[in-house]
Design a protein around this ligand. Structure first.
Ligand code: SPD
Length: 278
């Protein structure tokens, strides 16, 4: 009998994945951490029964959460990733010539342990000379480092369990303070189809803090609802002013300059959600 990973969401949406092998399974202080071999999508990091990354499609999410804010900033040097323990976003950030330091602050050392052993595709970044792996609570780390970063990436799991605080107003306020005066923030903000209330709440909160707020999208097959949202707040730089700026050519599988231009185009049903006064 094959093992079935049933990923059930509060929206009532479920995804079933056939698991060929369980490679790692441990209960940490924060969550159930597992690495499994999925029949269709290859190795995957699974937290509390929810897929975080798979080797087959992680590049879409990791490239989009990283390169869009980093190419909106003209010369980012210091980058902070909150969460992102698989290392994929850090791998992408380290590719930028201007970036000198990538701090990756992951709360759960078991995530680091599991990914180091079983997900070399993403955890390769742990040993990159630009990358510092910090195992601390990101909520406190942000408070302790005001006015420090050019770009802050919130690479969180869903807003349940250890990630709940990473979607709160106080946290967003502290992120704003941890950025330099021309800094840029981005967070993953869930499915455009299934989590519209959350997208709206995040957008409204970020718009009150930052003069420039944008939502952008990419399709990620292993995330429920597939069309995934990212919300960016910028103190100074507008991605629309950076569309034709000369940018470093990176080795990527999904991201390119045309994607940068296109990803801010939103379908009407999401524009309506963002513009509504509810
Ligand atoms: N439903 C799962 C969404 C997960 C988004 N973040 C993944 C973080 C991996 N670094």
């Amino acid at each position: 009998m094959p093992i079935i990973l049933n990923e059930h969401h509060s929206s009532g949406f479920s995804l079933n994945w056939t698991v060929d092998k369980v490679l790692y399974q441990q209960k940490s202080d924060f969550q159930q951490v597992a690495i499994v071999e999925l029949q269709e999508m290859g190795r995957a990091l699974v937290l509390d029964n929810i897929i975080q990354v798979t080797v087959k499609d992680e590049f879409v999410y990791n490239e989009m959460i990283t390169h869009v804010p980093l190419f909106t900033h003209p010369a980012p040097e210091k980058v902070l990733i909150i969460g992102g323990g698989d290392g994929g976003a850090a791998r992408e950030a380290a590719k930028h010539e201007s970036v000198k330091q990538v701090d990756m602050c992951e709360i759960d050392e078991k995530v680091i342990e599991a990914c180091r052993e079983y997900l070399p595709e993403t955890s390769v970044s742990y040993d990159h000379p630009k990358v510092n792996v910090i195992t601390k609570d990101g909520v406190q780390f942000i408070k302790d480092n005001p006015n420090t970063y050019d770009v802050i990436i919130i690479d969180s799991s869903d807003p349940i369990g250890p990630a709940v605080e990473l979607f709160g107003k106080d946290f967003y306020h502290n992120v704003y303070n941890a950025l330099k005066e021309d800094g840029i923030f981005v967070c993953q903000s869930e499915s455009l189809f299934l989590h519209q209330n959350l997208i709206k709440k995040v957008y409204d909160t970020i718009s009150k803090l930052y003069p420039i707020t944008k939502v952008y999208t990419a399709t990620t097959p292993t995330y429920p609802g597939f069309l995934w949202g990212y919300t960016m707040g910028s103190k100074k730089y507008d991605p629309y002013d950076r569309m034709d700026a000369e940018k470093q050519d990176l080795q990527t599988k999904y991201y390119n300059h045309d994607i940068f231009k296109a990803c801010f185009a939103l379908p009407n049903f999401i524009k309506e959600v963002l513009e509504s006064n509810k």
